[in-house]
Structure formats: C-alpha cells, structure tokens
Design a protein around this ligand. Sequence first.
Ligand SMILES: *Cc1c(COP(=O)(O)O)cnc(C)c1O
Length: 384
Amino acid sequence: MNFKKRLMTPGPTDIPPSVLAEACKPIIHHRTPQFRKILTEVVAGLKRVFQTNNDLLIFPAAGTGGMESAVVNLCSPGDTILTASCGNFGNRWTAIAKAYGISVEHYEVEWGGESDPQEIKKRLAAHPEIKVVFTTLSETSTGVDLDISAIGNIVAQTPAVLVVDAISGMGATPMKTDEWKADVVIAGAQKGFMIPPGLAGVTISSRAWELAKTSKIPKYYFSWEKAHKAMTAEALANTPYTPSVSLIMQMAESLRLIEEEGMENIWKRHARMAQSVRSAMEALGLKLFATGRPSNVVTSVCVPEGVDGIKLFKTVRDTYGITLAGGQGKLKDRIFRVGHLGYADDWDVVAAVAAIERALNEQGYVMEIGAGVTAAEKVLFAAE
Ligand SMILES: *Cc1c(COP(=O)(O)O)cnc(C)c1O
C-alpha cells in the first residue's frame, strides 16, 4: 500500500491546501500598493500572534538568519553575552556569537532538562558586563519548553536585553512577547506558521533598539535599521530588498486561518496532541527523553533497548509515509522525535502512533498492539 504522506517533524510541517494554493498565484510586483497592503496586514497579523506592540521586521531567510540578525544588530566585538541553552538550538546562539568574536558566558543544562531561571539570575549578578541573554522558547532538539515568563522577569531587572528563539514554538505554544518582557523574539515560517521555509520574523523592543544603536558589528542585508526604515517610512509597509512575495501571500492566508481558529484554541490543540503522544509512548513502555517541561511542539522519545532507532525512523517514513525526526548531534540514534505542530490534528497523531507501533512490532519489540493508539485516543476523547 502507498501510504498518504505526512510530515510530522518540528519543521517543516504540512501546509493547509488554501495556503499551498497562494503559491500558485501570479507574482505581483513588490513596489505596488497591492503588495504593500498585503505586507502591512501580514505585519499587523504577526504582531497579534507574537502578542506584541513592538516593531516587527520580516527577512527572507531561514529562522537562523533571524537569529544572526539579533547578534549582529545588538552586539559589538568584545561584548559578553549569556546563552541559556538546553540543546542544539540553544548552542546555536553560542556558535553565532563566537563567529562574531563575542565572548560567551555559556550556561548549558544536561540535554532533556530545562534552564533554571535562578541560575540565569546568578550568572547575571556575577557578570554585570553581560549585555544580552539569548535563549530558546521550545528547544526542538530535546523537546523541552523553557519558562520564558520567569526568565523575562529576571532579565528585565538588569540592564541586559532578552532575546528568545521562538522559531518552533511561536504559533503553537504560548509566547506572550510583551507580557513576558522578551525584548527580541524570532520566529520562522515552516513551523507553527504552516508555510514553506524561507521567512524570519523579528520583534524589537525599545530597550533592544537602544542597545542596537551602540552595535559595532558590520551589517548590511540584516540591518534592522534599514528594514525598519522601509517598513515605517510611509503608511504602507515596504522592504529594502525584494521580499519573498509568494511566501508573504501564503503567510497572509495562514494568518487568516490562525485568526479563524483563535490563538487560545491553537495552544489547546497543541497541548492536547502533545499530551496524547506522550501518553501513547508511555503506554508502549517507551521512555520520554524530556526531564524538563515537555514541549507542546515536539515529543522526544528514547529508543528502547534492542531497537534500531534509525531503522525505526526509516520504516515509519518509507513504509508508512510519516516523516518523524531523528535525534540531533549526540542524540542521533538515541531518540526519535514526533512533531505535532502547525497543520496537524488528532488523526495525524493517532496515525503516527499507529505507525510507530507497527515499526516497533517489526523489530520484535514486545508490546500489546494498539496500546499506544488506545492511550492516545483516551487523551483525545477526554479533551473533547
Ligand atoms: C528549526 C529551528 C531553528 C532553525 O530554523 P531554520 O529555519 O532551519 O534556520 C532554530 N531554532 C529552533 C528552536 C528551531 O526549532
């Protein structure tokens, strides 16, 4: 049987048909009122999802481009920054900063765990020279969500600026930019926003703008100042260089779907899917990898003794049509990850659990067939 294809990775995600259809429309020129009106609406819609009144810029780039823009616009060579990392994506902050000659106070917890806001407070007190704290909303490599609200309250009491990589979490799990005092927040396109990869959104508070004024790292394409000028010089938004016109049109449709469902309902849907996958995996006798607050975006599962994790992942993808994610870096064959974000619903979750059961069974893993699906369904039923 040729199984229906499903992307259940923490980005890219499947795309709703009406969003896909936007990409087939003829390109409109970007220096027209027609396009600039769409861009203006997209910026306003994104601000509602980010829950912010701060400035919001859009770059045609991978999410990592948005991260790099934060480093080059906020820092100067020789500055000290603090990275609060729980995994591969937290570590990316350190790698970008080091590439620009910035000295990094690197706070990393054992993978699977969660950064302790009190430890961040301690390090900020010990190093008053720290100008920026970089962290992550959903650490996608380990499936852990950080307490940005607590971290935001701590950083706001110091002169440092807080930068949050919300690339996988935004639009799936709560991220209240202004309420949580996050100065700079970055999101991507291909995760909670359900559009193809290639856009990065960045919000900037007045505190962050103050620091940006002092930044001495050379920049051009990623200059916030240039992008902001184009965005705000006239009534309709503009961009300094050619924007990804089709992606912006797709984002407009995606934002329409997001507003139709409502942010609170979207967060609830993701929490329900995540709970259902966690419960299913445990019912199959599998151990969850996260020891910190488990993510609503992606569930990381330990590969059990006697099972080949890479083979399991390939069977689920190549035989059963469902693309999960493997482990990253040192977790490569130790975990597999089930993405449940964006354009995903109860049936996707049940299908993924059923496919994992089959693939486990094929490797001789002992379990009761259907135990995972039953546990998943119990959670979904109860939530109805
Ligand atoms: C996916 C992801 C990124 C990287 O996004 P790209 O678009 O691949 O650059 C960064 N941070 C987190 C938390 C992610 O999940």
